[in-house]
Design a protein around this ligand. Structure first.
Ligand code: NDP
Length: 337
């Protein structure tokens, strides 16, 4: 069966990664793109070889498609996903699923049986993170004790738009990057966060009350504590992910990225070992899992529920930064404080 895709949003992420990932799947095609501007829709369709350009959701959902990829600005994800579900389409939605965890739960609850909802947390598909998860699950670092995520970058100039100026569109580094870090910590550790304490800052790039830097401290169910650093303003920081256990440490460098790069070192009493891992494109793997789920095999690499977890976590971090207190994380209730 061919999966026919409609793109909701003439976005950079679709152009740079996801269009290619959809086309890398056997039996898949992109048949339509929707932009709120008819001119942008037409130009985007032409540039990317997409047959149909439309400028309303009704026109997109009424066209010959089976699945939608939503990569508009964050305040639009909920209503677009709900409309797609109503039209019986599968939904791969960008993170954050919505602006609030309550809205994300509404999205997940609206999905009918037989319809697939995925959250595009690409980092779960990185060979590096999968190798770390497997090493931990196999006991190679003993009992995990603590983790550190280094994910402060410099926001490229072409993306210095709504993320740093528009709170109403879901801007800010926490909804942009902390959601990924919360998800990747859950995935690699195989554990869920219980509470978070966070500081945020405006270090010169973001305006309108938005934050462009954050440091979070997380406590997980098993007792693991973790820290994560997210930023838009650090040009030279590099990225990384470390997990330290009773019998060893995993030290990964350059792995909080969209590309299949980086290294993972395992250090134990026996010495140091570079772990080998596959270098498949993260988005291609994400789309393969999504297609398999449509075919009834398994689940998307990050489900709608995972998207609720990551947004609940990020929301709790924002609440903590505002209140100066640590905030409980409960995806069934939202970060209630
Ligand atoms: P963009 O800013 O490129 O696109 C978002 C929206 O902005 C588009 O839907 C488009 O509206 C509008 N837009 C784009 N270009 C222009 C322009 N030149 N002039 C006017 N409007 C324009 O966003 P991103 O691709 O960076 O992010 C989109 C979503 O994807 C977000 O939810 C983000 O969080 C997520 N994301 C996820 C990543 C991942 O790896 N999982 C990585 C990057 C982003 P319209 O469609 O109406 O034309």
């Amino acid at each position: 069966m061919t999966v026919r895709w409609g793109l909701i949003g003439a976005s950079t992420i679709a152009r740079q990664f996801v269009i290619n990932a959809i086309r890398a799947q056997p039996n898949s095609e992109i048949t339509a793109v929707m932009s709120s501007s008819p001119e942008r829709a037409a130009a985007y369709a032409k540039e990317n070889g997409i047959p149909l350009a439309v400028s309303t959701l009704d026109a997109l959902l009424g066209s010959d498609i089976d699945a939608v990829y939503i990569s508009t600005t964050n305040e639009l994800h909920l209503e677009q996903a709900l409309a797609a579900f109503k039209a019986g389409k599968h939904v791969l939605c960008e993170k954050p699923l919505a602006l609030t965890s309550a809205d994300a739960r509404t999205m997940v609850a609206a999905k009918a049986a037989g319809i697939v909802l995925g959250t595009n947390h690409h980092l779960r598909n990185a060979g590096s993170h999968r190798a770390m998860r497997e090493a931990i699950a196999a006991g190679r670092i003993g009992k995990p004790i603590a983790a550190r995520v280094f994910h402060s970058v410099y926001l490229p100039e072409n993306l210095q738009g709504w993320r740093i100026t528009r709170p109403e569109a879901g801007g800010g580094v926490v909804l942009d990057i902390t959601v990924h870090d919360a998800d990747t910590l859950r995935f690699v550790l195989g554990d869920d966060p219980l509470e978070v304490s966070a500081f945020t800052q405006a270090a010169g790039m973001a305006s309108g009350g938005l934050e462009d830097g954050a440091m979070c401290i997380w406590r997980f169910t098993s007792g693991i504590i973790a820290q994560s650093h997210e930023g838009f303003t650090t040009k030279f920081a590099g990225t990384g992910f470390e997990v330290h256990g009773s019998e060893g440490s995993l030290i990964a460098k350059d792995v909080m990225t969209q590309k299949p790069i980086g290294s993972v070192l395992l250090r134990t009493a026996k010495g140091e070992e570079e772990l080998s891992f596959d270098r498949e494109d993260l988005y291609v793997r994400s789309l393969r899992q999504f297609h398999a789920a449509i075919g009834g095999e398994g689940q998307p690499s990050a489900t709608g529920k995972d998207g609720v977890w990551s947004l609940t976590s990020a929301e709790a971090a924002l609440q903590s930064a505002k209140s100066g207190r640590s905030v409980a994380i409960d995806p069934n209730l939202g970060g209630a404080g």
